[in-house]
Structure formats: C-alpha cells, structure tokens
Design a protein around this ligand. Sequence first.
Ligand SMILES: [Zn+2]
Length: 154
Amino acid sequence: MYPIVHSTAGILIAKQTASIPLAFFLALIFHFVLDFFPHDCESLDTWMKKDNNKIKKYFYIALADFILIIIMAAILFLTLDFPNPYVILAGIVGGYLPDFLWGVHKVTKWKFLKPYCKFHSWVHNIWQAKLKTYQMVIIQIGLLAFFLWAIIKL
Ligand SMILES: [Zn+2]
C-alpha cells in the first residue's frame, strides 16, 4: 500500500482515541493488516526492475507520496476540528513509520533493520496475488477515499 493510504488510515484510527501512544501503536499495527491484502501490480513491479534506478524510483514515488500526505493532512487540519492534533499526528507517524523504516533499510542497508524488513516483506507475501494495474488503482484509491470519507463522517 502507498504510505498515504496507511497515513490516512492512521488519521481515522487516531480520531477514535485521545491517547497519543494508542493512536501510534494501533496505526502501526493496522499498517501490517493493510499490507497483508494484495495491492501490488505486475506492471509496476516490472517497471521498478527495468533498469538500475530502483532506489531513485522509490525515492521519487516516496517523495510525491509524502508531499501528498502533507497536503492532505493540512487540508484535514484546516477543515476538521480535531480535539488534539498531536494524537492525529501520532496516527500519521504510526501509519507511515513501517514503510519509512523499510525505505531507510533499502538505502542504508543497516543490519539492525534487516530482521524488520524481512518481517515487512513476509507480511506482503503471505497472500500472493499480483493484480492488474486497474485493480491496484481501484484498491488503493478506493481505500483512500473510504478512509477520508470515514474521517469526515465518524
Ligand atoms: Zn508497508
């Protein structure tokens, strides 16, 4: 799942609690629940592996995604009345952190992150299903739209 989907889920979770640690840890756990469901597509995988720019591609995708998270969060903070913005922030960070750590390991190859990255990939691969591009788009945009709707309504 793109980090923006995880962060949006994190906001939704955080909105249901007043506790910063609870918002953080529930968003973190829910990250892996979402990652369990198939959401990768064949064409994107092939494109990623096409040349030796994999890290560069990941970086630009992550950067674009991060900018979108900032914009989305800013709009939500300006339009909705969150009782405690720090709880919401904790949810965003909790949802974002697993993919951030994965990215840090990709770039730095830090050994202490290796077991964690293995776990992250393992969760991704439990339910092996390669989707068509349109299916991936529907799942990711659909979830994002659902979480946004729920944030506004719940
Ligand atoms: Zn992930």
